[in-house]
Every structure is written in C-alpha cells, then in structure tokens.
Design a protein around this ligand. Structure first.
Ligand code: SF4
Ligand code: SF4
Length: 259
C-alpha cells in the first residue's frame, strides 16, 4: 500500500557525520518523527534511496568534490523543501579553512598519495550552489531545532529561526557572563542563539559554532578581546574557526589581518 506520509531524506556531503548522529541520538523525538514521516534516504539509519523524490531534504556537509556539486543539484531537483543541518552545510564548516591556502599544499601535507584524490579547491555551503529554504546552524545541530522545523512544516507553518545573539540565552538562563566575570574570551556576543548557552553553562566561552547572529558587531567584540590581552592574530583565529567561511566572520578575520 502506498504511504501518504511526507517523505524525508537525510543526505551526507563532506562532514564528520556528527549532525546525522545527533539526529540518531534524538531518542523518543526521532521515534515520534518516524511515525509522522517516511524516511526514504538516511544512510546512517539504514534507508538508502538517494534518487527518490522527497518533501523535506535535510542536508549535512559541505560541497568539496566535483561529485558533490552534481549531487546537490540532483537532490535539490527532487526536493520540495531543503534544509541545511549544521555548520558544514550552512557555512562550509571547519574544512573551509582550506579555502585560505592552495588545496594542493593541504593534500600533500596530509595524504601519502594525493594524486588519487579528486577535490575542489574550496569547501562551500549549500546555498552557494542551490536554493536553500532554511538554514540550521550548529556543530552539531540542536536536534530540538530540527524537530521543531519539521513539525512546523508538517503543520503548514513556515519555520523560523531566531537570530539574536547567544548573550540573550545566557541572560535568560541567569548565567554569569564568563567574559565579564572571568575575563574569558567569548564569541557569544556575535553568535546566533540556539544551543541553549551550552558552553557558558559549563563555565567556558562560546566559540561560535552556531554562526553569526543578526547584525553581529564584530569590531566591538574584537576591541573587547584586545582589551583582554589577545593579539590581532589570536582574535583573527577566534573568527576563523568552525564558521570561518560565514561572511561576517570572514570580514572580521580579514580586518584583523590588516591591523
Ligand atoms: S556541522 Fe559539525 S557535527 Fe555537523 S557534520 Fe559538520 S563537523 Fe560534524
Ligand atoms: S556556546 Fe557557542 S560554541 Fe558552545 S555550543 Fe553554543 S554556540 Fe556552540
């Protein structure tokens, strides 16, 4: 009998699989979701049919090989609504650090036989190649955010991601600011909320895995970090991290390099 459930695909590109694993570890929420939708492709969970049309595509990983360039076009063509999950798919990921150096230099320093590797010169986000309907950041993603977005879609509501800064989450949770109280460098003021202030609640500074917040004041934060004693290169490295390829962080890195 033909299923009438909405069809969902989860697709892996260049990534560590951490976002897919976060989905698999979602426990009861995943079981509930599996009752509402039909997973047609989710290799980590044992469903493999990448060419099947889907209502919702969840894409993990960045585009870093010629094959991936073709695959994302094919997946976009048969997907009604495409959501990127995680920093890799949304901003190119940590592996976008390769964009700053010639790719041959990386390959020769890492692999014994680099001549067998087919790769692009850059690691890029999905939105640089196809239309993306919703971007979910994080390294890894917050599975509650993913479930909420899917539930919204199933209810006919347009999913919305709040892009205020991480600082707001700290305030809502009554967390003492690690930068003010302990003098720890923290990227929270320019980072999108969504993780539940995970790192500050463990007493350490945020390192911006949820990407840039709306209108991030990167120069004010750079000045604050300099006031804590960080050198321009240290400050540039703070921006050049998991979401190094996100435009505001790229610009901030560039600005510090020319200090
Ligand atoms: S965003 Fe982070 S956890 Fe997710 S696949 Fe990329 S590296 Fe792994
Ligand atoms: S506090 Fe920052 S680095 Fe830590 S999980 Fe949240 S966004 Fe990521």
């Amino acid at each position: 009998m033909k299923s009438h459930k909405p069809r969902v695909g989860v697709y892996k590109f260049t990534s560590c699989d951490g976002c897919q694993l976060a989905l698999l570890n979602a426990g009861q929420a995943l079981i509930t979701l599996a009752e509402l939708v039909e997973f047609v492709h989710f290799a980590e969970a044992g469903f493999v049919d990448e060419s099947a049309p889907v209502d919702i595509a969840l894409v993990e990983g960045s585009v870093s090989t010629p094959q991936e360039l073709k695959r994302i076009q094919q997946i976009r063509a048969h997907s009604q609504y495409l959501i990127t999950i995680g920093a890799c798919a949304t901003a190119g990921g940590l592996q976008a650090l390769r964009n700053y150096q010639h790719v041959d230099q990386w390959m020769q320093s890492i692999y014994a036989s680099p001549q067998h590797i087919q790769t692009l010169a850059t690691s890029t986000s999905m939105s640089e190649h196809v239309k993306v309907d919703l971007e979910l950041w994080g390294c890894p993603i917050n599975t509650q955010q993913v479930m909420r977005a899917i539930r919204d879609l199933l209810s006919g509501v347009a999913p919305r991601i709040v892009a205020d800064s991480e600082c707001l989450e700290c305030k809502r949770r009554n967390l003492v600011c690690v930068m003010v109280a302990k003098g720890q460098p923290c990227m929270g003021p320019v980072t999108k909320m969504g993780c539940g202030a995970l790192c500050p609640s463990a007493g350490r500074g945020c390192y911006a895995c949820y990407g840039p917040s709306e209108n991030p004041n990167t120069s004010a934060l750079s000045n604050r970090l300099a006031g804590l004693g960080l050198l321009p290169q240290n400050i540039a490295d703070k921006f050049r991290h998991i979401n190094n390829h996100a435009a505001p962080f790229e610009q901030a890195t560039h600005a510090k390099k020319h200090d």
